[in-house]
Write a protein that binds this ligand. Structure first.
Ligand SMILES: Nc1ncnc2c1ncn2[C@@H]1O[C@H](COP(=O)(O)OP(=O)(O)O)[C@@H](O)[C@H]1O
Ligand SMILES: [Mg+2]
Length: 251
């Protein structure tokens, strides 16, 4: 059965007013359908509007024209159905790991015993069960990312929106986190929109790669690499062939 459309982006345009009074047209009637449980990566040069698009899907800012439907409903603001992870860790430095991960559940007044059960489950999934009582400053950059992932997962959104979440990590840590994210995605599948400017990252993670250029979809690349994807895949011929294909669009 064909999968249903989860996120329908319908001719979305965004024009910013710059401080010196000019208009900056960032997205230009951009249309795209993202399917349920799909892992889509969006790549494109710096300044091409990736973050803008993600924040409009998240409901954090409105489009100038056009609309976005999630499960058939027009997006008019943020919602629990959409979890967002940014490049900067949105974690509270003064809260222990466990209290970070349970924050959203606490806001929703989930009873403590249930909350703790959920938090334990997600800490275990990301391999941080022994660090529940640590403070963020006691963790490595990669571990902080895992806390951010566990936190957003604990809220159980149906959509994950990620804006270059691993952009600040060194290469080996980034590779480990990508594997970790794919493991999470396999266990608790969510429609995932992952922004990156790293072509290799996009190939490793995605079902489809959307290349943005001049505020529009330049091309959509079907990534047929089989899953599960082991770390070694990165040096294999098919992988590098895709990298070569995509380079052409990114120049
Ligand atoms: N709030 C804003 N006001 C004015 N211009 C903005 C604003 N946010 C982003 N821009 C501009 O819009 C363009 C696209 O930004 P962005 O969506 O962050 O791109 P990307 O994430 O692809 O690097 C950039 O030129 C940026 O300077
Ligand atoms: Mg950006």
């Amino acid at each position: 059965m064909p999968k249903k459309v989860k996120i329908h982006i319908d001719k979305v345009s965004k024009v910013y007013q710059t401080e010196d009074g000019r208009e900056l047209s960032v997205l230009r009637e951009l249309s795209l359908d993202i399917l349920e449980d799909e892992f889509v990566c969006i790549i494109g040069p710096s300044g091409c509007g990736k973050t803008t698009l993600l924040s409009i899907i998240a409901g954090l800012q409105p489009a100038t024209s056009g609309r976005i439907l999630v499960d058939g409903h027009i997006v008019s603001g943020p919602g629990r159905d959409r979890g967002v992870v940014f490049q900067e860790d949105a974690i509270f430095l003064w809260r222990k790991v466990i209290h970070n991960v349970e924050y959203g559940l606490q806001l929703r007044k989930v009873p403590k015993a249930e909350r703790r059960k959920i938090v334990q489950e997600y800490l275990k999934l990301v391999g941080l069960e022994d660090f529940a009582n640590f403070f963020p400053k006691e963790l490595s950059g990669g571990m902080k990312k895992k806390v951010a992932l566990a936190t957003v997962y604990a809220n159980d959104p149906t959509i994950l929106l990620m804006d270059e979440p691993f952009g600040s990590l060194d290469y080996p840590t980034k590779c480990r986190l990508q594997l970790e994210l794919l493991k999470l995605w396999k266990t608790k599948t969510k429609t995932t929109v992952f922004i990156t400017h790293d072509v290799e990252e996009a190939i490793f993670l995605s079902d489809r790669i959307v290349v943005l250029q001049n505020g529009k979809v330049e091309t959509v690349y079907e990534n047929v690499l089989p899953r599960p994807r082991p770390d070694e895949l990165r040096v294999q011929t098919e992988f590098n062939k895709i990298k070569g294909d995509l380079r052409g669009y990114l120049e």
